[in-house]
Ligand binder design. Structure first.
Ligand code: CIR
Length: 264
């Protein structure tokens, strides 16, 4: 069993009607809720098709971005960490996630420093390390606190840097298997994946770097045929899911779930 991409569980949260007011770097249009709900259902069906149990949480109208549940928690086999989002409008989402983590884990810890900020989208867990990208949402203090919280579980944290102008570290990369990363050219060029095998997104298809390996599937946003074919030829079992509406809010495949296998 390879821990970094084999999961028994995932948590998702239904998009809220307030999603139309979600954060975005550039306004390229209002997301269509009906279409987003349809994409969300396809996403959950893909997760379930691998045999995993998916806990679907109710929409949180007070938090427009709450469908992007990944940013609220880091789940490791030994326990879970409640994040402290750097976007002020998203801080309360983490507290809303905590009871659901406690229902599944005996050990739930949290980032609590008033000056510490960290979002799950900046964290890539591989077979050997937990990479955390400093970004506009994740700061050095958040990374120091996370390191202190997970070291006794045997995890090694490595601080890396999210490229300027990119929302999260994982906006530009994904884990494909125990040693392989899908990354944009701009992120791979930083050298942060030295020692890993890197498959680069095709030119002009950088927006599909946020993909997930979930059990036997690589779940990627639809509409990126060159990268899809590269992954298919490399032997990955690719499933495409529509993402046009979440993309308007800078969201991709990883943001929509917290994926985990609680130990014991
Ligand atoms: C935000 O700006 O926070 C949301 N509109 C998008 C969050 C995407 N989450 C992720 O990449 N993990």
């Amino acid at each position: 069993m390879t821990a970094s991409y084999r999961f028994t569980h995932a948590i998702t949260r239904k998009p809220s009607i307030s999603i139309t007011g979600g954060l975005r770097a550039v306004d390229i249009g209002t997301p269509d809720l009906a279409k987003m709900l349809a994409h969300h259902a396809d996403y959950i069906a893909a997760l379930r098709s691998t045999g995993a149990e998916v806990v679907e949480l109710e929409a949180l109208e007070a938090f427009p971005d709450s469908v992007f549940v990944e940013d609220t928690a880091l789940c490791l086999p030994e326990g879970a960490i409640v994040m402290r989002p750097g976007a002020p409008s998203r801080l309360g989402e983490a507290a809303a996630m905590a009871p659901h983590l406690r229902a599944l884990y005996a050990d739930v810890r949290k980032i609590s420093g008033a000056e510490s900020f960290i979002e799950g989208g900046d964290i890539l867990t591989t077979e050997t390390e937990v990479l955390v990208g400093r970004s506009a949402r994740t700061n050095a203090s958040g990374i120091v606190e996370l390191t202190a919280l997970i070291t006794d579980w045997g995890h090694r944290v490595r601080e890396v840097f999210t490229p300027p102008g990119v929302l999260h570290f994982k906006t530009d990369c994904s884990l494909l298997d125990g040693e392989t990363i899908l990354a944009t050219q701009r992120l791979a060029a930083s050298g942060c994946f030295d020692g890993y095998r890197v498959i680069q997104t095709a030119e002009g298809e950088e927006a599909c770097a946020n993909t997930i390996r979930f059990n036997d599937l690589v779940i990627m946003p639809a509409g990126f045929p060159k990268t899809r074919d590269v992954l298919g030829k490399a032997g990955f079992n690719v499933r495409e899911v529509g993402n046009t509406e979440c993309a308007k809010l800078d969201g991709g495949m990883s943001c929509l779930s917290v994926r985990f296998t609680p130990r014991g």
